[in-house]
Design a protein around this ligand. Structure first.
Ligand SMILES: Nc1nc2c(ncn2[C@@H]2O[C@H](COP(=O)(O)OP(=O)(O)OP(=O)(O)O)[C@@H](O)[C@H]2O)c(=O)[nH]1
Length: 202
């Protein structure tokens, strides 16, 4: 994996001032960002989130998914904790890219679920590769994480990449009438560990 540090700066956000660390995957040309808050203590498990890019949810306020809500909640929890890391990974549409995600949304508008839509377009349900996380976390001095996710595949993939996950921290936010079906499919077909009782009442 050829991920290299490129540049870093401060990034003031509504929850606090983060350190923004930019990396380039020299094999693909993809640019990725780590948002770091507080001090990363040597050898201590770090509260962390691997967040896959979702332009529609993260930047355009889409209610079709839970992505934007999870992004904000993860950043909030990191500042509440006093330290942590969020890797913002440019794996739009679970790795199929933005335009293919729009194609998949079109199929979903016509009744397909999120997995069927990917498959009808000739893609696997989830095309993401997490091996780039190891060099990014190593650069930041993170060896062990408490991972905010509902996705057991992320835990397995990160451990397979060489990062120790000492705890999975559930991250259930943003359920609404537009994404209920999407969340159901993630539970039924992608193995996400979610329960209704974990969703805060809105
Ligand atoms: N192909 C496809 N991708 C989607 C759809 N809805 C959201 N996404 C993408 O799914 C990814 C969601 O990423 P995450 O929130 O990091 O991961 P997750 O697998 O849901 O696991 P969590 O850590 O529990 O959130 C992003 O890349 C979104 O762009 C969809 O309907 N189809």
């Amino acid at each position: 994996m050829s991920v290299q540090f490129v540049a870093e700066s401060k990034l003031p956000m509504p929850w606090g001032v983060f350190r923004m660390v930019g990396f380039e995957d020299t094999a693909t040309g993809k640019e990725h960002v780590a948002l770091v808050y507080g001090e990363i203590a040597d050898g201590q498990p770090v509260l962390a989130r691997l967040h896959s890019e979702c332009l529609t949810g993260d930047a355009l306020f889409s209610l079709r998914c839970d992505c934007g809500f999870q992004l904000q909640e993860a950043l909030r929890r990191i500042t509440e904790e006093g330290a942590g890391v969020l890797l913002y990974l440019r794996q739009e549409g679970r790795g199929i890219g933005l335009l293919n995600k729009i194609r998949a949304y079109h199929l979903q508008d016509e009744g397909a679920d999120t997995v069927e839509a990917n498959e009808r377009l000739g893609f696997a349900a989830d095309m993401r590769d997490y091996s780039l996380c190891l060099p990014m976390l190593r650069y930041l001095g993170v060896e062990q994480v408490r991972l905010m996710t509902n996705n057991p595949r992320k835990v397995k993939a990160l451990e397979a990449a060489g990062v120790q996950v000492v705890e999975r921290v559930p991250l259930q936010v943003g359920k609404n009438r537009h994404n209920e079906q999407y969340l159901e499919t993630k539970m039924d077909k992608l193995g996400h560990m979610m329960t209704d009782s974990h969703f805060p009442k809105t």
